[in-house]
Design a protein around this ligand. Sequence first.
Ligand SMILES: Cc1cc2nc3c(=O)[nH]c(=O)nc-3n(C[C@H](O)[C@H](O)[C@H](O)COP(=O)(O)OP(=O)(O)OC[C@H]3O[C@@H](n4cnc5c(N)ncnc54)[C@H](O)[C@@H]3O)c2cc1C
Length: 309
Amino acid sequence: MLRSFFISLSTNQTFRTFSERSAIGRRVSKRFVAGMTVEEAVAAANELNAAGLDVSLDSLGESVLQVSQAEESAAIYHRLLDEIAGRGGRANVSVKLTQMGMDIGGHGAGPQLAERIVGELVEHAARVGSFLRVDMEGAMYTEATIALTERLHARFPGSVGTVLQAYLYRTKDDVERLIGQGIRIRLCKGAYKEPAEIAYPAKTDVDANYVTLMKRVVTSGVFCGIATHDEAIIEEAKRFASEQKVDKKAFEFQMLYGVRRDLQRQLVAEGYGVRVYVPFGTEWYPYFMRRLAERPANVLFLAKNFFRN
Ligand SMILES: Cc1cc2nc3c(=O)[nH]c(=O)nc-3n(C[C@H](O)[C@H](O)[C@H](O)COP(=O)(O)OP(=O)(O)OC[C@H]3O[C@@H](n4cnc5c(N)ncnc54)[C@H](O)[C@@H]3O)c2cc1C
């Protein structure tokens, strides 16, 4: 119930505007958001790199409805890619298609705009030896996101990948589809609210499907990301990879900024690659609410820290 509550709250415009403008909102969001500016994000990335962690930078924002907003979002990513190249850090970028204009206008204008903008970003990433991950949003974007990634991969092989969500029934086939083309997958459980016609309603089924898919991607020969904080699944991934004699560096674990920092560092100490997803920017509200939806106990945790600091 609380999960649904926070997911609904994540799309509430009034509360969003209030929260993003308030000093309290910014202070609370700090636990999961690395700052408001590119400089703060790069500083956080430097710190994580120094601790042996890789990074994926995410300039927060989604569902833009004006071309100028999409272009502004892209400009931030071009700056990030230059920063990454300039400092030789271990970082790549994650983008959302709705932030790149996917929803703008009729007659396919949005998808065309998003593909042009993301294509230019992937070209930039390829030029500086980095990588761009297209995040996965709600199910109405699944097919378009996969198809766009395939087209960009054909133009810039190895410089672009996407995300698949274990809660969707279709993901089993999508894993085969992407692996068959050598496209890097980030495997996650899924953060949106989807109906039972297309997604497993029970968490135990999502977890079981995740384990099945994790085994497939880890032994696929394609470098994939196991994006979860679920300790039981992480343990199983380690056990399975070792049993199958898969090199520890043939895949990576991925976790969110501010979540299970202890586990992130422990895995690095054990010789695994760990990439931390580092979100930043003023439009932190929907991202933050989805994190609360995943673990409503975070509300108490944040409240305690808020009054302690
Ligand atoms: C790197 C990365 C990228 C992602 N990209 C996408 C994407 O593109 N599209 C998408 O739909 N989803 C994405 N997600 C979110 C994902 O789908 C899940 O919603 C989220 O990771 C929670 O699921 P879990 O696998 O950690 O397992 P859960 O079963 O939700 O949690 C397992 C345990 O992890 C801990 N935990 C989980 N979440 C939190 C939290 N917020 N705070 C503190 N502890 C927590 C708790 O101890 C919990 O018991 C991404 C997740 C990661 C890690």
